[in-house]
Design a protein around this ligand. Sequence first.
Ligand code: ADP
Ligand code: MG
Length: 343
Amino acid sequence: MTNDIIVAEGLKKVYRVKVPKGFLKKTTKEIHALRGVNLRVREGEIFGLLGPNGAGKTTLIKILTTLLLPDEGYAIVNGYDVVKESRKVRKSIGVMLMGERSLYWKLTGRENLEYFGALYGLSGETLKRRVNEVINFVGIRDFADRLVETYSSGQKMLLAFAKALINDAPLLFLDEPTVAMDPRNAALVREKIKLLREEFGKTIFLTTHLMHEAEMLCDRVAIIDLGRILALGSPQELKSSLKGKSSIEIDVKSDRVHEVINEIRSFDDVLEVAFSYVKINGMDAVKIRILCSSPRTLLPDIISLLIKKNMDILYVNPQEPTLEDVFMHYTGRLLTEDTREGV
Ligand SMILES: Nc1ncnc2c1ncn2[C@@H]1O[C@H](COP(=O)(O)OP(=O)(O)O)[C@@H](O)[C@H]1O
Ligand SMILES: [Mg+2]
């Protein structure tokens, strides 16, 4: 027997949506959200599912938490089958979904936690104590007794995080737990996630599109794109698949970036190049990322090219490969638009 707390084999999910086709006609379009996902999560680890928007992260987390049925494949969570034993799965996990809508806005945060705690069978002093513990742990005492409708979006997220802890489950599913949070709250939630594992022995399955979050928090990471897991391992293992390579990040102020990308790609030493449109200090800019073997020889050539093309260079940063480069290596694209959190 293994001590895998989550086992998924061959999970597939297709969404069918109606789209207009010509006058008064509609046709059904199939969206393959998961195309055969296999993974195993070990007890006691922080496991991250890292991928861009639309990769299939929420779909996978919904299947593992019994909120959505798979079309094919199976998953075992805490020893229970997510389809055949969904009630047992639900009792044994804590869940925080993105864009949490299940909070009651006309109740206070504390009343919400009491309500959800009661659903798990807690009552009386035990319920009160648990609610207090969770409020103190997450650090939401200042606003716990205010109506949720007065909360900022960050405060709602913190309450949703607290709600996932109310039944003291050994396994937590967190769908992009820091998205739309200001950097201070995001850092707070990451600290709490680490503590949950280190002090309370929880297993955590989280999704993120932030490579630095995955790198900072996770023992192992699965990189997902277009419904497929492309790579799986510790951040160090994933990065060492790019051993001997370097990464160069260049920000430019220009909308003519297409003109140079192909030229950059044609340099001998360039293995991959990708770019994304970003805002830097409120200004439109383009981030170019290049994977290469010898940045010392390549970088001067690239800078000369950008200057020749009259492009304003805002920032140049040669560095060791990150998970962003691992993603680029597999997909030829960038994982995220830069949010520049904490920089
Ligand atoms: N309810 C739905 N109906 C139709 N398509 C959906 C639905 N939910 C998600 N999708 C599509 O499935 C794909 C995966 O989405 P999702 O699992 O939400 O990805 P992620 O959480 O990684 O952004 C995307 O192409 C998305 O547009
Ligand atoms: Mg999602």
